[in-house]
Design a protein around this ligand. Structure first.
Ligand code: BTN
Length: 318
């Protein structure tokens, strides 16, 4: 492991460590420790400095660990962890070109160009959050309508099971707690969609967000630590997610979204609420009426009931 990785490990317990102790553990000078900490802080790690006590993280972190993740998987899977990438989905899109026969899970401690839906950025600071891309090859001819909702459902259910029963879904696949976004999904398709479709399934979960990230996000956001008071057990969470997806995606291939419709509706936070739907230049006010068996959003407008398959929903909560 390189020095930055060792430093991350040493700080991960959330306790104070003096510059001297860190330097001794790493075999470098205090000045070198300070320079590296400055770099890690710039990368988004929540390092606090208290004169006389040393350095600590605002919240303990669980460094990503392939062995710990793999040990909890119910089905063997290729899992790879990177310190820093531009975007795990970019990496996934590359892998998808390599005539992949079995799924690969790609994780990073930090993304320098994390991508969200609709061309947005995804704030991806170092160390606290989950940036996961699962590259999943489907059988030729699989109908992928509604797949992104299945992924959102797995994500919300895992977060609920891990101690956040209030996690809910906003169409198509945002995970909200109350009115705040905790996690999101970006799915990109690769390969020949008829012959060898490959889904590049990107999942981002906020474990901890600093003031800078919150300001950059520009919409109400939350993180696991604020909601539960506990640091996110990232390895466990990733393993549970991969297990859930490895079970759900074959079921989806066989039965479509219809098999998940009821479970999805139970977590739907929009149903019955007035919403604004933005599709490109078009804005539409409506009442959300759940989803259909293809994963489309059912809306009620003055014109009656309609179904939409793309766009961004904002809920008018008041
Ligand atoms: C959204 O809600 O806008 C989707 C967010 C998806 C973020 C994840 S993080 C891992 C993967 N890599 C990316 O660049 N984006 C997705």
């Amino acid at each position: 492991m390189d020095v930055d990785g060792q430093l991350l490990d040493l700080l991960s317990d959330g306790s104070f460590h003096s510059g001297e102790a860190l330097g001794a553990a790493l075999g470098v000078s205090r000045a070198a420790v300070w320079r590296r900490l400055k770099k890690l802080k710039k990368a988004g790690l929540s390092i606090e400095t208290v004169p006389g006590r040393g350095y600590r993280l605002a919240a303990a972190i669980q460094p990503l660990d392939v062995e710990k993740i793999v040990a909890c998987l119910k089905v063997p899977m290729d899992v790879q962890v990177f310190r820093q990438v531009k975007s795990t989905n970019d990496l996934g899109l590359q892998r998808a070109k390599e005539a992949l026969r079995s799924p690969v899970a790609l994780l990073a401690e930090q993304q320098t160009a994390g991508r969200g839906r609709l061309g947005r950025q995804w704030q991806s600071p170092l160390g606290h959050n989950i940036y996961l891309t699962l590259v999943w090859p489907f059988e030729a001819g699989t109908d992928l309508k509604g797949m992104s909702l299945v992924v959102g459902l797995c994500l919300a259910q895992v977060l609920q099971d891990m101690g956040l029963p209030s996690a809910g879904l906003k169409w198509p696949n945002d995970v909200l707690v109350g009115q705040h976004k905790l996690a999101g999904v970006l799915i990109e398709l690769a390969g020949n969609l008829e012959l060898n479709p490959v889904a590049v399934i990107g999942i981002g979960i906020n474990g901890w967000l600093g003031a800078h990230e919150r300001q950059m996000i520009g919409q109400p956001a939350t993180d696991w630590l604020s909601e539960t008071g506990q640091p996110l057990a990232r390895n466990q969470c990733v393993a549970r997610l991969l297990n859930a997806l490895a079970q759900a995606l074959p079921r989806f291939s066989a039965n479509g979204f219809a098999a998940f419709l009821q479970d999805w509706q139970q977590l739907d936070v929009c149903a019955g609420k007035p919403i604004e739907l933005v599709r490109g230049e078009q804005r539409l006010f409506a009442v959300a009426r759940g989803v259909d068996a293809d994963g489309g959003l059912i809306i009620e407008t003055e014109r009656g009931i309609e179904r939409v398959y793309g766009g961004e929903v904002s809920v008018r909560w008041a």
